[in-house]
Design a protein around this ligand. Structure first.
Ligand code: AOF
Ligand code: ZN
Length: 335
């Protein structure tokens, strides 16, 4: 299973929209007769790849798979049937499939007389697809709220100027994190005032191949010439101010699993207030403003005992000298 997990996590495989999956086929004497991993949506599933390598040697074999074999015909056919047809005798699964459209493979295999075991190294396997797993379990995407702020927690000066609070190395680091998500999210205010392009660019400032969907949420009409609507990447205007509804729509209608929230203080406060922020990433710049826009709007907290608390997971200095910023990664404490 460790080998199957390593195959699933092969560098370069896209994180979205499909999970990364690995499969190893063992002959009855324990020798490896086939290996495979999923290369991204639309390509053969891991099991099918491994079966193709094994050929006739799959008969009587044990399949070790990081994810429960699928039971559905989506972009490709059902792997449970492929394993049965190939004569595989036993299937060992790490993670049960949380995707309601594809789950049920274990039962299908058992009904066909195969021996099935689930749960081996399940946590390690889930860690290969954390956002995908979260989204299918909760019926909404995982939300990372990212913001840059001064030492006194301000994201813009009194006159509204905000370029650049964070340093160039910190902004490059942000693009690396954006690329891990499948959705960029801001509010109509940010599009109006800052007009961000919200694309992912590499260290040479060139757009990367796989761009997240750019989403602006809010009821207000927006001018069509805003940069978020340019043809550098797909974009979408969700006409709602309700965070829960926006996330549900992104999951059910757009197959989105990881939202990177880069909105202003109002949008941030509404997601935090609704308990819909799962991770916070902030870049703290060594500067003071003393006045200006707070990074987050009013959370309706009257007294210190009610403070919105977070657990600090990581602290990293990004950049050096005058460009040094501190990146904090945090998780809201469950209340
Ligand atoms: C994969 N790769 O190796 C396995 C998957 O759109 P489809 O037809 O490719 O189906 C995607 C679903 O199939 C996916 O969400 C997961 O539930 C299941 N298993 N998917 O992409 C694989 N074994
Ligand atoms: Zn499959």
């Amino acid at each position: 299973m460790r080998r199957a997990i390593a195959l699933a996590a092969t560098p370069g495989v896209p994180l979205h929209p499909n999970p990364r999956v690995g499969c190893v086929l063992l002959a009855p004497d324990g020798t490896v007769v086939g290996e495979g991993y999923h290369h991204g949506a639309g390509t053969p599933h891991a099991e099918v790849e491994a079966l193709a390598v094994a050929g006739e040697a799959a008969r009587g074999a044990t399949a070790i798979v990081t994810l429960e074999p699928c039971n559905h015909t989506g972009r490709t056919g059902p792997c449970a049937q492929a394993l049965i047809a190939a004569g595989v005798r036993r299937v060992v699964v790490a993670q049960r499939d949380p995707n309601p459209l594809a789950s049920g493979g274990a039962e299908t295999l058992r009904a066909a007389g195969l021996e099935v075991e689930t749960g081996l190294l399940a946590e390690e396997s889930e860690a290969v697809n954390p956002a995908w797993t979260f989204a299918h379990r909760h019926g909404r995407p995982f939300v990372t709220w990212k913001f840059a702020a001064t030492l006194d927690g301000r994201s813009a000066a009194a006159d509204g100027t905000s370029r650049w609070v964070s340093s160039l190395p910190a902004r490059r680091d942000t693009h690396r994190l954006r690329a891990l998500s499948d959705t960029m999210l801001v509010g109509t205010n940010t599009v109006d005032v800052d007009d961000p392009q919200l694309t992912v660019r590499d260290d040479d400032d060139r757009p990367v191949a796989a761009q997240p969907l750019r989403v602006v949420m809010g009821e207000r009409d927006l001018p069509a010439d805003r940069r978020i609507f340019d043809d550098a990447a797909p974009s979408l205007h969700l006409r709602t101010r309700d965070p829960e509804q926006a996330l549900r729509t992104l999951y059910t209608e757009h197959d989105r699993h990881h939202v990177f929230l880069e909105g202003g203080p109002t949008l941030a406060a509404s997601f935090l207030g609704a308990g819909l922020v799962d991770e916070v990433v902030t870049y703290v710049a060594p500067m003071l403003l003393g006045a200006g826009r707070s990074a987050v709007g009013d959370l309706g907290i009257p007294t210190i005992a009610d403070a919105f608390r977070l657990e600090l997971l990581d602290t990293t200095v990004v950049g050096s000298g005058p460009e040094a910023n501190v990146r904090l990664t945090l998780r809201p404490t469950l209340r």
